[in-house]
Design a protein around this ligand. Structure first.
Ligand code: MG
Length: 257
C-alpha cells in the first residue's frame, strides 16, 4: 500500500505513479489528508481536520480500514482521481498564487473566480469579462447515444464536489460507477454564469437550459475551436492546448479508507 500524505495534488501525483504499474501488481492507495481542499479524502469519508482528527485518521487507517475499487480518469496521459477541466476553471487556477492558497485555503479560489470573471482593467478603469473560447465536446453517453455539443466550459469528474461541499457541480458523480460525469456550460453571458453558479449551491443547475450534463464510460474528445486554453487535472495545471481526450479506467485502483 502507498499512503499519500498531502492534498489532492499529492494524491494525483501518487495515482499517476501507481497507474504505471501493471494492474495485477498495482499497490493499494491510501490518503492521509493534509492539503487545501482534500476532496478525495472527504469523498471517501476520511477524517479531515486539525490535530486530534489527524491522529484519529492515521489510527483509523491502521486498524479499521476497508478497501474498495475506484475509477481513475485520464486527460491524455495525465491521471486524475477527482476531475479534469478545460477552459474557465483552469484559468481560475492559473489566477491563484500559491501563497494565497496556503493562507486562504478554498476561499482563495472564490477570489480567483471573481478575478477571472470580472477581470479588472486598471488602465481603462473597467471590468473585462473572461473571454471564453468556444469548445466542442464529442463522445457517447452511458446509453451509447452520441453526443456532440458546443460550449465554453467543460469539466469531467469522478467526484460530486467541485473544490468544496458547497459546490456539488458533478451532482451525480460516484467514484466507483465506472463513469465520468461531464458538464458542459453553453453560455458565456456573465449574468447567466452567475445564475448557474447560484443554482449549483441550490443543486438545480443540471436543469438549466444552458447546461448539458451526461455520464460516459467511453472516451470524450474536447477541442477548442478558437485559442489554446489552459487545462488541469485535480487542480494541477497542464500546458495549454487546443484539444484533449478524456477517458476513464473503471476500478483501476484499490483505495483504503
Ligand atoms: Mg464516476
Amino acid at each position: 500500500m502507498v499512503v499519500a500524505c498531502g492534498g489532492d495534488g499529492a494524491v494525483r501525483e501518487t495515482v499517476q505513479g501507481l497507474m504505471r504499474a501493471p494492474s495485477e501488481k498495482r499497490p493499494k492507495l491510501s490518503v492521509v489528508p493534509k492539503g487545501t481542499a482534500n476532496i478525495l479524502a472527504k469523498t471517501l469519508g476520511l477524517q479531515v481536520g486539525p490535530f486530534p482528527d489527524f491522529i484519529h485518521a492515521c489510527f483509523k487507517q491502521l486498524y479499521w480500514a476497508r478497501s474498495r475499487p475506484m475509477d481513475i480518469g485520464f486527460l491524455n496521459d495525465e491521471a486524475f482521481a477527482c476531475f479534469a477541466g478545460f477552459g474557465f476553471d483552469a484559468a481560475v487556477i492559473e489566477a491563484v498564487p500559491e501563497e494565497q492558497k496556503r493562507r486562504f485555503k478554498e476561499l482563495a479560489f472564490f477570489g480567483a473566480v471573481m478575478q477571472t470573471m470580472f477581470n479588472w482593467n486598471p488602465r481603462e478603469l473597467r471590468f473585462e469579462s473572461y473571454d471564453a473560447p468556444k469548445m466542442r465536446v464529442r463522445g457517447h453517453d452511458r446509453d451509447g447515444r452520441s453526443i456532440d455539443v458546443k460550449g465554453y466550459f467543460v469539466v469531467a469528474g469522478n467526484v460530486r464536489d467541485y473544490g468544496t461541499r458547497l459546490f456539488p457541480f458533478m451532482q451525480n458523480a460516484r467514484v466507483d460507477d465506472g463513469l465520468l460525469d461531464v458538464i458542459v456550460v453553453q453560455t458565456r453571458d456573465l449574468k447567466e454564469l452567475v445564475n448557474i453558479g447560484t443554482q449549483v449551491l441550490a443543486r438545480t443547475h443540471l436543469r438549466n437550459p444552458h447546461v448539458t450534463a451526461f455520464q460516459t464510460g467511453r472516451d470524450i474528445v474536447v477541442e477548442s475551436l478558437e485559442a489554446a486554453v489552459p487545462m488541469h487535472v485535480d487542480a494541477e495545471l497542464l500546458d495549454r492546448g487546443t484539444h484533449c481526450r478524456i477517458s476513464v479506467h473503471p476500478a483501476a485502483l484499490n483505495v483504503v479508507y
